[in-house]
Structures are given as structure tokens and as C-alpha cells.
Design a protein around this ligand. Sequence first.
Ligand SMILES: *Cc1c(COP(=O)(O)O)cnc(C)c1O
Length: 237
Amino acid sequence: MLPSLEEFTQRAGEIRARIAAACAAAGRDPAEVELLAVTKTHPVAAAELAARLGLRAVGENRVQEGVEKRAQLAPAHAALRWELIGHLQSNKARLAAGHFDRIQSVDSEKLLRHLDRAAAERGRTLPVLLQINAGDDPAKFGADPAGAARLLDEALACPHLQVDGLMTIAPLGATPAETAAHAVRTFGRLRALRDELAARTGRPLRELSMGMTGDLEAAVAAGSTLVRVGTALFGAR
Ligand SMILES: *Cc1c(COP(=O)(O)O)cnc(C)c1O
């Protein structure tokens, strides 16, 4: 069940306090870290809670689910941005490009081509992040870090795409300690890769989308600019 607005406000405050503490420890400004509310599997009311709290955007991981919820959203919240954070198949690229404000899960040249064409047809520039499998997790989507430079070059050559940065998901370990170690390694690696790619291309690649309910501190320590939080805001799915 979804929390009340009061309960939701309190939970968001707790997340912001966690972000602030991690920023303080890392000597960072908390204003550099945005909270993205992940509303997947929850009804449209979850997105409305996020909007009422003044959050800029929500994250969905399935195209169809996001499209349906966005259509149901109360008009008062029309300014809310929708970001796709789940795997996207090329055959859904057109639908996604028409209904999402940013796609965080771009992980192949084929998908880049489909999205660029779809954005061109709509006469828009579509912001994207490149999803990198920085934890080498066989169970996760995302481009191989070794192929990231090439994927970025392809993305930068797409006239209707705007590459804001990189995204990753850390692998789960067999124990909490192992999961925590994976998070530190994965996020540090994405940060280093971003710095290297930014230096090589001269593009800022400002956005580093990394960190979720369980590992946002490690992500903020490594330079995350966007933490994607579902469970701690809306409860277990
Ligand atoms: C579900 C999901 C999240 C949110 O995870 P929580 O652990 O519920 O905070 C973040 N990122 C992606 C890509 C997800 O699919």
C-alpha cells in the first residue's frame, strides 16, 4: 500500500538526510545529487506523491507501464518528468521516445539508431544516458565497459540524441558485505570511466545515475548525481 503524503514526506526526508550525510563525508554539495523516485509496479498515485513533494522526475522500468501511468496522471502534475530506467528493446524505441523525457538504459548501437530515428521523426532532441555494466554482472543489461568509448562515439554522432552521462546498477553479492564491496567497485569504476570518456571527448557527461535504496551512500561517495530510489520511498514491491 502506498504511504500517505505525510508518511511519504517523512521517508523522502530520511533519504535526503542519507544523501546529505554521504555528501558531507565526501565533501560534496547535496544540491548536486538529485532524488529520482522509482514508481515501477506502483499505481499512478505514487508518481503524484512524488510530484506533490516537488520531485522533478520519476523512473519507470517498463515502457508500457510508464506510458499508461503518464496518461492517467492528473493534469496538475503535467510538469513531472518521466525517465526510463529499465531495459529497452529496439522494437519499443519509438514508443519510448514518444513518451519518456529521458532514456537511461541505452546500451547498444542498434538501440541508438532506433532512438535517433524516432526522435528525428518527432522533431525533438532526446536526452539519454548510456547504461554500462560496470559491475560485470552477467545478470544485468548494460554495455561492456570495454565497448563504452565506441558506444559513446556512436551516440555523439546521433544528431537527435543528447548524451547526458552514464548509468549503472551494482550487482548483488551472496552476503551484505559482498554486495557492499560490489557497489564500491562498480560505482568507482563508472566514475573513472566517465572521467576518462569526458576527457577524451571534451563532453561533460555530467550525469552519473547510480545508487538505489540499498547502496546510495557508496554511489554518492563515488560521485553520483542521480540516485534512483523506490523501496525506501514507496515500500516493498
Ligand atoms: C527498481 C529499480 C531501482 C530502485 O530500486 P530500490 O532498491 O527499490 O530503491 C533503481 N534503479 C533501477 C534500474 C531499478 O530497476
